[in-house]
Write a protein that binds this ligand. Structure first.
Ligand SMILES: Cc1ncc(COP(=O)(O)O)c(C=O)c1O
Length: 389
């Protein structure tokens, strides 16, 4: 089954895909002559049951307004229970078009203009745009890199959280781009600090499904149980099943006041419109996707190890911060370049490798770059071969 992930479908017009679109490539890399491994989506053909379900929906020939019924919500709830031991109660579940939509709506609805929102850079660059976009202030609690491993600076977090102007935190769990899967002890410490200071917890768990080796994803909503319900979790099947262009996303809160506020916001701004294909996809992947996702994760884990070994053997001056989860790898170029211009020249002009500069992810990103590895391994190894040359 793993061999399916080695295949790259050539006969597909990818020009409308964000990852391959010529305008995007030119804007990001100054050229279209580049191998793109940047945006965090996947180049694998989706699971066969999903294609079947979508064909069935297409054949229906009727696409009226659709609801998210129990038949769609239950598989999602079951998935989280079985896969992650995370309890999602039907009553606290809401849907929006994307995780970013949900995060922006939550910050706008539940905090006040000018408030500080804590993030932990280097972190998913979308957070920066969302926080600025709704007129809030970015408050950085930078991660610390100790012996090749990223850790949370709890002293700094406590300082930032205790400032009354900082009213919410976006936790990236697991963390994109550094690939940490936060341990329960770390999550408990973050929770303790946020709860004590009445900081609203917005936990982005979109990468929860791709976890490597002995690591275990722990849902922050579980950590909060019995302590506080000042929390909203955000998730999506988009990354896990390679379908961000198909499905909407969800949010979950055990807090009825937060749920009511978000439900009203979603209705007022019409943020929750669902579509027939997305609904069919959600139902299918969460019901039948366990084995497929296990195979994909094992494939990705092997890719991580192969990259690591290749770099150690062939380009030892470039190293990999080994991810515990997510299909992003965080590469350290600090031994080979002095600044972003040199890094850009190396990646985009010489190696023709379209990956994202670490500085995009904020403080701590200098000299790093993020590579998306949800692509057939032969393509990734070819790209690394160019980097070596
Ligand atoms: C941590 C994180 N949150 C949110 C998103 C965006 O999700 P969506 O497409 O559902 O808005 C991404 C995409 O890369 C991400 O990595």
């Amino acid at each position: 089954m793993a061999a399916q992930f080695d295949k790259y479908k050539k006969d597909i017009n990818r020009s409308t895909f964000v990852r391959y679109n010529e305008n995007y490539l030119k804007d990001n890399f100054g050229t279209t002559d580049i191998s793109p491994f940047w945006v965090a989506d996947s180049d694998f053909i989706v699971m066969p049951e999903l294609i079947k379900a979508l064909k069935k929906t297409a054949k229906r020939g009727l696409y009226p307004y659709e609801l998210k019924t129990l038949a769609i919500k239950q598989p999602l709830i079951d998935w989280f229970k079985k896969r992650h031991n995370v309890e999602i109660k039907m009553d606290g579940l809401l849907f929006t078009t994307s995780v970013n939509t949900g995060l922006a709506a939550a910050i706008d609805e539940l905090t006040t203009k000018g408030d500080g929102i804590i993030i932990q850079p280097p972190v998913f660059q979308g957070f920066k745009g969302i926080i600025n976009g709704v007129g809030r202030k970015i408050i950085n609690n930078p991660l610390k890199l100790t012996n090749g491993r990223y850790e949370i600076d709890f002293t700094d977090l406590e300082k930032k959280a205790s400032d009354k102007k900082n009213t919410a935190i976006i936790l990236c769990s697991p963390h994109n781009p550094v690939g940490r899967v936060w341990k329960v002890k770390e999550l408990e410490k973050i929770a303790g600090i946020c709860i004590a200071n009445n900081v609203l917890m917005l936990t982005d768990e979109i990468h929860a499904d791709v976890i490597y080796s002995s690591n275990t994803f722990v849902g922050m909503t579980e950590v909060y149980k019995g302590k506080s319900d000042n929390i909203i979790m955000f998730g999506s099947a988009g990354k896990s099943f390679g379908i961000p262009g198909l499905v909407d996303s969800f949010m979950y809160t055990p807090n009825s006041t937060l749920k009511k506020a978000m439900q009203e916001r979603i209705m007022r701004f019409h943020l929750g419109k669902s579509n027939a294909f997305g609904n069919a996809a959600l139902k299918t992947v969460y019901k039948y996707g366990h084995k497929w996702l296990d195979t994909k994760t094992a494939y990705l884990a092997k890719t991580v190890n192969t990259i690591d070994e290749y770099l150690k053997k062939n380009i030892p001056n470039i190293s990999l911060v080994k991810p515990e989860g997510t299909y992003q790898v965080w590469l350290d170029f600090n031994k080979v370049v002095k600044n972003d211009d040199e890094l850009k020249n190396l990646l985009y002009n010489k190696a023709k490798l379209g990956i994202t500069l670490g500085t995009e992810y904020g403080i701590g990103g200098k000299g790093f770059a993020r590579m998306n590895i949800a692509s057939p391994r032969p393509m990734i190894m070819e790209a690394l071969g160019n980097l070596k040359k």
